[in-house]
Design a protein. Sequence first.
Length: 255
Amino acid sequence: MVTTNKRIFVHKKEVAKAYLAGLIDGDGSIFICQSNREKYAKQFILRAKVVTIDYDSVRFIQERFGGNVSKDKTLYCIFWHCNNAKVLISKIEKYLILKKEQAKLALRIKETSSSSNENLFQEMRKLNLDKSRFLANPPMQQRLFWAYLAGLIDSDGCISIKHYQSENKFLHLKVTQKNRYLLDVIKAKIGYGKIYQTRDWFNLEWTNVNANRILRKIEKWLINKQEKSRIALKFFKNKNLAVQETNRRKSHNLR
């Protein structure tokens, strides 16, 4: 039994769905498995899963959305299959961005094996292999978008305090993805941020004031990176107080 001292915010239903959508767009997957057992007709099984190193995220999801949990070394996996996967996907489909098309295909699968399921299986494979697909900017309430972004940052984000030159430290926040369009959507919704590429990966980053502004919006929804967010916000506040004190002293010396 894993215990934790983390404070997990009691999410309201729609906020929890938006958070899980962000988590699945980051560390999750929606796919169709093909079963070729002898003596049985070909079957296609719908699955959804999230893989993470953080037990608190898994516990939060399972308490609100069910699912089976397994552990492999340091990784936790929570997964749903068949009708349970379909029910879950129907709840979060409207909040998904990166995997919205996969969700739409998943909701079309039928319980009995059929040629239509085989077509869906092939379409799903193509979608999951395509990392450069254009993504639409779906409408989403601002509060639910911040919950979605918290899930995405809990999975594919990084909160850090970096050094510039000698001892000049600054707050840094970024999201890393293989699909550039997802980062374009996030940037468009927020209104600011810098996108750059490192090899096959794209990064959307914010620093100092902008990073602080975003963390203040999403901090209460974070689970995996909640403690890092708290430390980062405290660092930025203390840094600002120190700058204000330095400026006050300079102003006083000029009098």
